[in-house]
Design a binder for this molecule. Structure first.
Ligand code: FES
Length: 356
């Protein structure tokens, strides 16, 4: 039995009869024009099972209001869960539980409304196929003339065309009003110069090369032919922002036969007896280049397969990367530990920063 706004009731059979009354939409304000292509019309209307069977109609109605009630339960549950499962600072489990319960409640609330509304419209709302007349995109000449007249009247009434001082000061005020937003958004930028932050790494003259993640220094004698070390600068693990620093300073260390290395002018002293260090940050979009092919001396980036030739100063031999991996100039200290000679001489990571 369906309840109506006017307080009366009607059976679903009654509503099925109601639906049978043909509905002819009005063209409203549309300007109906003849189409260049003949309207093929719509296929014959097919009644739905809820249009024909009052029992099915009542079933569909029950489903719809059950879904809406479920939505109410979900929303109330979300509020109750927020109170019942509070977040305890520092306790990740409490964050997870709170988020899970809140999410379940909100999901039920939204799904109940969404599915209910779709089901309602598909099964119970009128199912007639309608055609809607299109409006002309261009107004009629009379409409356009009237629009121009309204603009003119507005000009005369406000005096904006005549009172140039008011007009100009208003334009100035409108231009100036958004300016505070620029200052506010500028405040969101990093406190330090981002270009400098990205150009410089922790490496400096005398910084020891240490193993990742233990931070133990590496002696040149420990780097055997064909071996590869994942390297971080000494002291990185003590830094508060170690992850940010590591993302720029991570290095791969390899030893090749000195005669296998093709060294360009100016880089003769950057390797130590065939031990070379290159940035681990791919020059494509910054993934860690972590695969070393010992036989071919190729470094591979697992993200998009850029391949770098270690014997040729890590030049790109395959893939989307556009420039070689930056080389870290290295040497040894008095105790035989590998140290950097300086920071990288070019920005690490994606090529964009090289151009800044
Ligand atoms: S990030 Fe290395 S190939 Fe794309």
């Amino acid at each position: 039995m369906a309840q109506h706004d006017d307080g009366g009731t009607s059976t679903a059979a009654g509503s099925a009869v109601e639906k049978a009354v043909p509905f002819v939409p009005s063209a409203g304000t549309a300007v109906v024009t003849s189409d260049a292509i003949k309207n093929p019309g719509l296929p014959p209307h097919r009644e739905r099972v809820t249009d024909l069977d009052p029992k099915k109609d009542r079933q569909a109605e029950r489903r719809v209001y059950t879904l809406f009630y479920l939505s109410i339960v979900g929303s109330v549950f979300a509020v109750a869960a927020y109170i019942a499962f509070p977040i305890t600072p520092g306790d990740t489990a409490s964050v997870r539980l709170n988020t899970l319960m809140l999410g379940l409640g909100i999901a039920l609330g939204m799904l109940g409304i969404g599915i209910g509304a779709i089901y309602w419209s598909k099964n119970l709302m009128r199912g007639d196929e309608l055609t809607e007349s299109r409006h002309l995109t261009r107004g009629s000449d009379a409409t356009r003339a009237r629009a121009a007249e309204i603009m003119h009247e507005g000009n005369v009434e406000s005096g904006i065309g005549r009172r140039s001082l008011i007009r100009n000061s208003l334009i100035g005020a409108l231009v100036a009003t958004p300016l505070p937003a620029i200052v506010i958004f500028r405040d969101l930028a990093p406190a330090k110069d981002p270009v400098k932050l990205l150009k410089e790494t922790m490496w400096a003259k005398g910084t020891r090369l240490t193993r990742d993640p233990t931070g133990t220094p590496i002696k040149a004698s420990e780097v055997t032919l064909g071996s590869v070390f994942h390297v971080i600068p000494e002291g990185l693990n003590d830094k508060e922002d170690r992850l940010e620093e590591k993302a720029k300073a991570a290095v791969l260390l390899m030893r090749l036969k000195p005669e296998d290395l093709h060294v360009s002018k100016g880089r003769e002293t950057w390797n130590y007896n065939g031990i070379v260090a290159y940035s681990k940050i791919c020059t494509h979009v910054g993934c860690p280049v972590a695969l070393y092919e010992q036989q071919t001396h190729h470094l591979l980036c697992p993200c998009h397969s850029s391949t770098f030739d270690v014997t040729n100063e890590c030049e790109v031999i395959f893939g989307p990367a556009k420039r070689p991996l930056p080389q870290l100039p290295i040497s040894v200290d008095s105790e035989g530990y590998l140290v950097a000679q300086s920071d990288f001489t070019e920005p690490v990571g994606p090529s964009f920063w090289e151009r800044s």
